[in-house]
Design a protein around this ligand. Sequence first.
Ligand code: SF4
Ligand code: SF4
Length: 414
Amino acid sequence: MTPGGRGGFAALDNCVHCGFCLQACPTFLATGDEADGPRGRIALMRALEQGELAAEDPGLRYHLDRCLGCRGCEPVCPSGVGYGAGLEAARQRLSERRTASLLARAALVAMTSPAISGVVYAAARALRASGMPGALAGWGRMRFAMGMLAATKVDGRSAGRAVQESDRPPDRPAAVSLFRGCVMEGLFSHVHDATIRTMAVNGYETREVPGQVCCGALHAHAGLHAAAQAFARANVAAFDAGAEPIVVNSAGCGAQLRAYGTLLDGDPRAARFAARVRDVTEVLAERGPRPGAALGLRVAYDAPCHLLHAQRVAEPPLTVLRAVPGIELRLTADSAQCCGSAGLYGLLQPELSRAVLAPKLARLVEDPPDVLATGNPGCVMQLGAGLRAARARIRVEHPVEVLDASYRAAGFYR
Ligand code: SF4
Ligand code: SF4
């Protein structure tokens, strides 16, 4: 808490209502409604803090629930308003007066509670392997969900293989720990495999850390502060024995893990943990990374909000992709803008989520790359489902998967 006990609300104090942030806000652009933009929401949050609006106020809840939490409004704000911190404080205040919806709670249990999520992910993988999700993908709630699952599909060339000794040994082998997460482990283990392989080629030995759990990001976004803190404490304890970097390949998890110091009220162990967190592309970029074989692909990079805005990691994913000779790399036209995924947002606000996605999809379909690269599971699923529904043949992959394919083509793996 900040002095005076105002928590994240204090981060909103500098807002001068200039409106520079409006054009960076995907929900404002989709609806044109001031209350669906940052300036309007800041006014609502201030009214909540000052008691002018009750936490039960339906209008307040409606517009705060429709915020993606993408923080696209932060970097464009000339006054340095900390919108994300204010939003978290407001959502925590709302959660004290209401429980998360049944749908949100069911989704959180299914996705993050180890006893149940193991069964859910196994069933999802079996369904994915049947090929049905890809065939059923389309618009509409169920068909979009099928498209999301199909978008997690393991590409044959990404299957796990051992790393072979490269012909030129790395200069300084170094240890890192891998944060596995829940959705990443359940549906994107091929990205973990690609992470471990590409890190090995660049001289990193990846250590597995037992006892780690979900990062708690989805709980924090839903205002479930105590649950998010419980996950944070468990992860801090699990990783406490080491001092090596904690490598993360999910932007949403990385942003949450870096916030553990604040989340646990300045606990020094949590602050130490947070300082060790690195996105996989940052670690690879430090080593070059080593170039692979040419791939001859047109690749468009779309920045996950939780990497670009929340963690301020912009260049490293591009550095990783540039290590692949022969690719024609570009940023998507609206790379800095949210795709509408935002954790459980697509489930809880399906219409606005799709409305936010629509302009990004239209631009992609207009000038399609071979691969759309992005480093967050939610974005891969949202963009992958949208592209399937639009019948566009564009693969959506994590940047390390592209590098991994290049390394495989170069013969770095058995
Ligand atoms: S948040 Fe920043 S950019 Fe937006 S209205 Fe306030 S001061 Fe202006
Ligand atoms: S966090 Fe994203 S959706 Fe929410 S007000 Fe800021 S730009 Fe708009």
